[in-house]
Design a binder for this molecule. Structure first.
Ligand code: ADP
Ligand code: MG
Length: 280
């Protein structure tokens, strides 16, 4: 197994793309699992009311159970709602449930509405007895208040891009929104990583999408691409990451390679490669 360098400080990464079905949840779950397997301590925060990341990591969740919803509304702390993934002792998860879909409206009038997650996460990281190497936030497919909360709580954005015809459609809008958040709420926010998912080597289209994204964002796009595989698609139905479900397969191997690339990006390198304010 390759040696994964550990970050000096906790790396906070939101996985976002307002398009649904591009591989956000799959990427959050499997990059986190791969880093945990390599010895990192990782916290996954599920910010999607669908709760798919919670499901895929084998975490008990559902309406009425303690979740990130209670955290955003100030009833419970992250310490109180986090659970450990049954497959990886160093992987903790803050679950989500459908209750979260009410949060956007319920907190809309709060003056602190953009920073609810940031406040809760900072408090948790300061007070926790554990040091976390990484925090990953799985975002819902929107650019709404839940996603703004994620963008305000992190320093890095990881954008999964599905290798398909309309891949780049909407990317400009996402980068623009990230720019607005940088300008108004979180000047430390960087787009550190793009990952091309559901790549099909047999098609010219996949290669064309990769080349086009790489041309636009040369140092941000990972060299590793994630192939479309049956094992990746079926792992969640066994409440497992593909890292645990099919450790030797192509899907797990690719996600481990992508995780290694992410781990090797030092803070300094991140500064250099990131899309900064005004550069998009
Ligand atoms: P998002 O979170 O962006 O909506 P998901 O990660 O849930 O996207 O992926 C959408 C669907 O595609 C899911 O059913 C998932 O299992 C499947 N999927 C994601 N990545 C792959 C892949 N590399 N190979 C096969 N199926 C995939
Ligand atoms: Mg998802």
């Amino acid at each position: 197994q390759a040696v994964f360098p550990k970050p000096e400080r906790t790396r906070l990464i939101a996985v976002a793309n307002q398009k649904g079905g591009v591989g956000k949840t799959t990427t959050t779950v499997n990059i986190s699992a791969a880093l945990a397997l390599a010895g990192a301590r990782v916290l996954v925060i599920d910010m999607d009311p669908q709760g798919n990341a919670s499901t895929a990591l084998g975490i008990v969740h559902g309406s009425g159970l303690p979740s990130v919803y209670d955290v955003l509304e100030g009833r419970l702390s992250i310490e109180q709602v986090k659970q450990t993934c049954p497959d990886f002792a160093t992987l903790d998860v803050v679950p989500a449930s459908i209750d979260l879909s009410g949060a956007e409206l319920e907190v809309a009038d709060s003056p602190n509405r953009n920073n609810l997650l940031d406040t809760a996460l900072s408090t948790f990281l300061e007070q926790s007895e554990q040091h976390y190497d990484y925090v990953f936030i799985d975002c819902p497919p929107s650019l709404g208040l839940l996603v703004i909360n994620a963008m305000c709580a992190v320093n890095e954005m990881l954008i999964p891009i599905q290798a398909e015809y309309y891949a780049l459609e909407g990317l400009g809008q996402l980068i623009h929104t990230i720019g607005l958040v940088q300008e108004h709420f979180n000047s430390t926010l960087l787009v550190s990583t793009m990952l091309v998912t559901m790549f099909d080597r047999r098609t010219l289209l996949s290669r064309e999408v990769y080349d086009e994204v790489k041309q636009h964002y040369p140092s941000i796009v990972l060299d590793t691409t994630i192939p479309r595989t049956v094992k990746i698609a079926e792992a969640p139905s066994f409440s497992k990451s593909v890292i645990a479900y099919d450790p030797q397969g192509m899907g797990a191997t690719s996600y481990r390679e992508a995780a290694l690339e992410i781990a090797k990006r030092s803070a300094q390198a991140l500064e250099a490669i990131a899309i900064k304010r005004g550069e998009h």
